[in-house]
Design a protein around this ligand. Structure first.
Ligand SMILES: [Fe+2]
Length: 147
C-alpha cells in the first residue's frame, strides 16, 4: 500500500473505525488493489455534477434516488475528513450505482457474470460498462457491483 494511502488510513483510523480490525483494504478485498490518484472523467463528472454516462438507463425517479444516495455518500466522506477528490469519488459512487437499473434484462445479462439474480444484474453490469470505458478504480467498481 502506498505511503500516502497508508498514512490516510492510519490518520483517520479507517479500518478499525469501521470494521473493528486493523487491516488494509487489500486484505479486505483479498487481492492487491491499485490506488487511484486521478479521477476518471466519467467518475469526476458524476461526482461533480451528477451527470451519468450516455449508456445509463435510469429514469427520473431512479436519478432522484441516486442523487439522495450521492448526498449521503458525500456527507459520510466529509464527516470522515476525506479530501476533495475522495468526496467527489464517494459522491460519484452514489450517482452511478443504479445507472443501469432501468435497462432491459437482456442487455444486462451480457454484461454481468452468470449467477447473479435478475434484480441485481444492473450492479455488476454497471461496473462492467464503467471498466469498458476505462474506469480502473477497483474499490469504486466493487462498491457499485455489490451495493
Ligand atoms: Fe441498485
Amino acid at each position: 500500500m502506498p505511503v500516502r494511502v497508508r498514512s490516510r488510513v492510519a490518520r483517520h483510523n479507517l479500518y478499525s473505525r469501521f470494521f473493528g480490525i486493523a487491516t488494509t483494504s487489500s486484505e479486505l478485498l483479498g487481492k492487491q488493489t491499485d490506488v487511484v490518484t486521478e479521477l476518471h472523467p466519467l467518475v469526476e463528472a458524476a461526482g461533480q455534477s451528477g451527470s451519468l454516462p450516455d449508456w445509463a438507463r435510469c429514469g427520473p425517479r431512479r436519478r432522484a434516488h441516486a442523487a439522495r444516495v450521492a448526498n449521503l455518500m458525500s456527507s459520510w466522506a466529509t464527516s470522515l475528513g476525506l479530501g476533495g477528490d475522495e468526496i467527489v469519488r464517494w459522491t460519484a459512487a452514489g450517482h452511478l450505482h443504479d445507472a443501469l437499473k432501468d435497462a432491459p434484462v437482456e442487455s444486462l445479462e451480457s454484461l454481468a457474470e452468470s449467477g447473479w439474480p435478475e434484480p441485481l444484474l444492473h450492479a455488476p453490469a454497471c461496473a462492467t460498462r464503467l471498466r469498458a470505458d476505462g474506469v480502473m478504480d477497483e474499490e469504486l467498481l466493487l462498491a457499485i457491483t455489490y451495493h
